[in-house]
Design a protein around this ligand. Sequence first.
Ligand code: COA
Length: 175
Amino acid sequence: MITFDLTLGRLRPWREGDEDSLTHHASNRRIWNNVRDFFPYPYTPRDAHSWVRSNKSYQQPNNLAVEVDGQAVGNIGFTVKDDIYRYNAEIGYWLSEEYWGRGIMTEAVPIMTDYIFSNFQVNRIFACVLEGNIGSMRVLESAGYRHEAIHKKAAVKNNQYLDEHVFAILRAERG
Ligand SMILES: CC(C)(COP(=O)(O)OP(=O)(O)OC[C@H]1O[C@@H](n2cnc3c(N)ncnc32)[C@H](O)[C@@H]1OP(=O)(O)O)[C@@H](O)C(=O)NCCC(=O)NCCS
């Protein structure tokens, strides 16, 4: 089983039994405000069941649970793009508000970045951050991602157009 130790916990595959904790920690408007709309709000037990069902028991999972105090309190994962973008992976993550500001994602993003480059045919990893999400931008900068672009008013959230900041790192830059 793939696991990576963190100072305050670990990254490990999603598994049955995570549903209650996932529902509790993911159902938060302040998380939802910074992620895509397909992330549910409110986050129901049904959402948690379908997430765990579709993410458990892969040999090389695309999504890993962030476990702190024995509970799944966040996710970090990626999707590989297709066609002429097939060597690109988009990384994404969220963490329970109860654990914000303790350096957990600063530790998790470099681990996930190395995991992707080591195990998948990916040459570039990128992340899209909505304007104002300073914490996420800092996490990416600390992990060596470059601030590549600002897509002006590319996203809509809460009926407001928002800038999208693109951060990226190439395999050759990861050293
Ligand atoms: C973004 C998020 C993952 C950050 O995780 P975290 O574990 O709290 O981040 P860290 O504790 O590692 O902090 C990273 C840096 O950002 C800073 N930071 C964290 N939250 C901040 C905030 N709200 N405002 C300003 N700075 C912030 C920290 O001080 C730290 O700075 P440093 O590198 O200079 O020391 C978390 O806040 C979250 O889940 N937010 C909602 C979902 C989300 O935004 N997902 C990412 C979408 S792109």
